[in-house]
Design a binder for this molecule. Sequence first.
Ligand code: FPP
Length: 250
Amino acid sequence: MQELKEKIDKKNLPSHIAIIMDGNGRWAKKKGLMRVFGHESGVKSVREAVEGAAEIGIKYLTLYAFSTENWNRPQYEVNALMKLLVKTINKETKTLMDNDIKLNAIGDLQSLPKDCFDELHEAIAKTSNNKHMTLTLALSYSSRWEIVKAVKEIAEKAEKGLLKSNDITEDIFTSHLVTANIPDPELLIRTSGEHRISNFLMWQLSYAELYFTKKLWPEFNRNDLFEAIYDYQQRERRFGMTSEQLENVK
Ligand code: FPP
């Protein structure tokens, strides 16, 4: 484990890693357990990913914890997930404080149950001055929701005469997204062998490196995170340029 961590170039770390935590249900099913046990077991992997990222010096970590589409799951599973979120946030606030980690949340937070919303806001307020890393939970989040929300805000400004259509640039659009204060992720990790973006940070992931692992989320640990970072560092990010052009700008 130590070896892999040592191989990572600390000067070439992605500043922002986003993770689609997938496979909790399948992990539980494999063990003959109910799906909710998979989510409970997934909390341990959340801790591994958060601690691993903070340990190596990642500045931003974003976890897809609950999508807009997840509201369509059976009611008991939605309730169990919300309860787990409240419990975990409450229990882990001290760890966030001890590790100087700031908690942030993106999504349609008003749609969360009141106890979840309150717990989240309390933890966000408590950790707001922390500087080492920003942990963002995407809750009741989807990219299409976020993009429509941004378009509406821009249209309202245009209606009020505060903005002309010619003024709309990529930067203006980005500033209306819920991630306005966070740099784009350079690396996206998805567990469980699925190769999809699933309505997650679609604008922000435009140039991200995608990393897929067959491991189910409850099996994911910090060493898997280090492996993904190491894999990322072996890639050449060209942003539409040629390798030769890249050599010249180095
Ligand atoms: C995907 O597995 C996982 C989720 C929808 C929820 C993730 C939530 C946690 C790990 C719990 C707590 C999180 C935080 C941030 C405190 P799935 O149910 O889609 O698995 P499947 O594809 O095998 O059915």
